[in-house]
Write a protein that binds this ligand. Structure first.
Ligand code: SF4
Length: 201
């Protein structure tokens, strides 16, 4: 099992396979990993194990909390590792489904202050109903508005806030772009490919 995986100039950290969604397009439904890595975890790695695997963060342009699951389920581990990364000259990003405040039942965004350079939040739908159909979230119809609130909370605390969508047949790129514009955050479209897509890689 691989708890870190390099893609391009970035190193991705695979802290958990757990997720509060079951997205139709998630590669976890079809494959054990991507780019030759086995991302199915027998057990979730400890902070110490992750740090040992990273070795020298400055070998990379960016360290990305991603997972083969939702990294902010392991909030404490993310904070501890991100805190350690502050000693190095490397950018830090989290790719998330934006549900951390629902998961932890409090606003966790202030806890990330000063630790994260970029947060990339996947939306993938223009409204709560479409989101529920596409992503099958544990929190049902409450999820979509909670993600929008989460994005608002991130603004002003995390320097770069990105709303991302997968170019999937049922996703309205136009409507999602408008949501990003209204929220005043960057917008990113990712290509969908059943062979290697986990939307938040
Ligand atoms: S695509 Fe991301 S948010 Fe969706 S089920 Fe997979 S890991 Fe979870």
């Amino acid at each position: 099992m691989d708890i870190t995986y390099g893609l391009g100039d970035s190193l991705y950290l695979n802290l958990t396979n757990r997720c509060t969604n079951q997205c139709e397009f998630c590669v976890r439904q079809y494959k054990d990993g991507i780019a030759g890595y086995n991302l199915r975890l027998d057990k979730e790695p400890t902070v110490k194990e992750v740090i040992a695997e990273i070795e020298n963060p400055e070998d990379y342009e960016e360290i990305v909390f991603c997972g083969y699951g939702e990294p902010l389920i392991r909030l404490e581990a993310v904070i501890e590792i991100a805190d350690w990364l502050q000693k190095f000259d490397v950018a830090v990003r989290i790719n998330t489904n934006g549900q951390a405040n629902l998961i932890h039942q409090r606003n966790i965004v202030p806890e990330l202050k000063g630790l994260i350079d970029t947060i990339s939040i996947s939306l993938n739908a223009k409204n709560a109903k479409k989101y529920k159909q596409l992503c099958n979230p544990e929190f049902g119809l409450d999820t979509f508005p909670a993600i929008l609130d989460f994005i608002e909370e991130c603004k002003g605390i995390i320097p770069n806030v990105v709303l991302s969508v997968v170019k999937y047949p049922t996703t309205s790129i136009y409507e999602c772009r408008k949501i990003a514009e209204n929220l005043g955050v960057e917008f990113k479209v990712r290509q969908y490919s059943q062979s290697d897509t986990k939307e938040d890689n």
